[in-house]
Design a protein around this ligand. Structure first.
Ligand SMILES: NC(=O)c1ccc[n+]([C@@H]2O[C@H](COP(=O)([O-])OP(=O)(O)OC[C@H]3O[C@@H](n4cnc5c(N)ncnc54)[C@H](OP(=O)(O)O)[C@@H]3O)[C@@H](O)[C@H]2O)c1
Length: 185
């Protein structure tokens, strides 16, 4: 088991129809699920996709925002990185636990490096425009913990079953070191 300061985790929530995003935010409003997310990532260094970053009211320090836009203006404490790997290297260098918090494109690129995936499965379909990537082979990861809760969803004003799962990937890929282009001549 990797020590906490070298541990890379991902965290997210997904509906029963695979949706995880709608119009730049979440398809649901489940305050207790959001509070679980905030508790879990508290004090960590974060790796965040640019769209998810722009949707957040508060972004903690030691956040690494993945974007191809080199002129992106960052909030204090946030660093723009050109790739998920660069973000993971920066986050690991802080010495804090590292969490990849999405969105979909960042999960899709980061999962090979993750030791853990904290995934909340919301047992209800929601309308959305962004799907959880179907390329993440969580079925082959070890299911380490599972907790079921009935939580209130404010948009439908109904209770929904949420399964708080912790998956573990036993042998994630090491984050590659910085690439140096070879110069010939
Ligand atoms: N349910 C959940 O747990 C959860 C978690 C997080 C987000 N979300 C939702 O997911 C949606 C956003 O997800 P998304 O996939 O559309 O966007 P995203 O991953 O948040 O951001 C996409 C942007 O990140 C940059 N990027 C991503 N991968 C990159 C890579 N490999 N190399 C370089 N740049 C990269 C690009 O920025 P540039 O265009 O600047 O180059 C890209 O346009 C929102 O609705 C959000 O609320 C849900």
């Amino acid at each position: 088991m990797a020590k906490d300061e070298t541990l890379i985790s991902a965290i997210g929530a997904v509906a029963s129809n695979g949706m995880l995003g709608l119009a730049g935010w979440l398809p649901w409003d489940i305050p207790e699920e959001l509070a679980y997310f905030e508790r879990t990532v508290a004090g960590a260094a974060l790796v965040i996709g640019r769209l998810t970053y722009e949707s957040m009211d508060v972004v903690p320090e030691d956040s690494f925002v993945v974007s191809g836009q080199s002129d992106l203006v960052m909030r204090p404490g946030c660093t723009r990185v050109a790739s998920v790997e660069e973000g993971l290297r920066g986050a690991l260098a802080t010495g804090k636990p590292v969490f990849v918090i999405g969105g979909a494109s960042v999960y899709a690129a980061a999962w090979p490096y993750c030791h853990r995936f904290y995934l909340t499965r919301i047992e209800q379909a929601f309308a959305g425009d962004t799907l959880f990537p179907d390329t993440i082979p969580l079925d082959h990861w070890q299911l380490h913990a599972e907790e079921l809760k009935l939580l209130h969803e404010n948009l439908s004003n109904k209770d929904v079953v949420c399964r708080f799962l912790q998956y573990r990937q036993l042998n994630p890929k090491p984050v590659p070191l910085v690439h140096c282009n070879s110069v010939s001549g």
